[in-house]
Design a protein around this ligand. Structure first.
Ligand code: PEP
Length: 249
């Protein structure tokens, strides 16, 4: 059975003190839930976050990682470094990494393989730009993003893959895909995985929706059968909003 997941993508936000304050608030207000709850503070605050959340059910995940084991990659972080501080899940392929840091499908495929080889669970992000949707190419684009980065993996690797469908036009814009648009794409993603592998595997993959999820729209989006939770940007930076979204699942 696939897990329900609510994950916060904190991006380049929150100093050390602000991180500690938000984590303390979240820990205190965390509702009783079967869903996995994750937060992703910036790199410099990961170690502190892991320590602060030692006795909490909230998991700490990374926003990114490099594909190389170690070496001359200034500014980068390896899978081993994450594992060493107790972080075993990494977001890979966020649209901001693709757009601002030149991360191509080819680079992302290498990151996925490197993460899985070390036992890191991958939260793989993908989604179309507005012009892809307007020109009716969104399904083809999403399928190619999945194929290029993930479909060479062995079926057994998929137990460590979480998908986050994030239409780029809905990220940080206040514009949300309608629950029907999210369901339509999630069902398509599941069907595409089923065709590439098999239906049982496809039914076991958690597919999160990301893009301006807020307390006001979370419940309706999460009620759709192929939506297994959310990757939350802006609203994950405010404890009461994130908690309300967790309650919605
Ligand atoms: C994100 O960046 O992954 C995201 C979904 O952001 P927001 O919720 O702010 O649209």
């Amino acid at each position: 059975m696939r897990s329900k997941i609510v994950a916060g993508n904190w991006k380049m936000n929150k100093t050390l003190e602000q991180t500690e304050t938000l984590l303390a608030e979240l820990s205190a207000k965390l509702p009783d839930t079967d869903a996995e709850v994750m937060v992703s503070p910036t790199y410099v605050n990961l170690t502190g976050a892991v320590r602060s959340l030692e006795s909490s059910k909230i998991e700490v995940i990374a926003q990114n990682m490099h594909f190389a084991e170690s070496g001359a990659y200034t500014g980068e972080i390896s899978a081993e470094m994450l594992l060493n501080i107790g972080v075993d899940t990494a977001i890979i392929g966020h649209s901001e990494r693709r757009a601002y840091f030149g991360e191509t499908d080819e680079i992302l495929a290498k990151k996925v393989v490197a993460a899985l080889a070390k036992g890191i669970r991958v939260m793989f992000c993908f989604g179309e730009e507005l012009e892809d949707r307007q020109s009716g190419k969104h399904f083809k684009l999403v399928e190619s993003q999945l194929r290029n980065a993930l479909f060479s993996l062995d079926a057994s690797a998929w137990s460590k893959i979480i998908l986050a469908y994030e239409p780029v036009w809905a990220i940080g814009t206040g514009e949300t895909a309608s629950p029907e648009q999210a369901q339509e794409m999630h069902a398509f993603i599941r069907k595409t995985i089923g065709e590439a592998y098999n239906t049982a595997l496809a039914n076991g993959v958690s597919i999160l929706y990301g893009g301006s999820v807020k307390p006001a729209n979370a419940e309706e989006i999460f009620s759709k059968p192929d939506v297994d939770g959310g990757l939350i940007g802006g609203a994950s930076l405010v404890a009461d909003d994130f908690v309300a979204i967790i309650k919605a699942i």
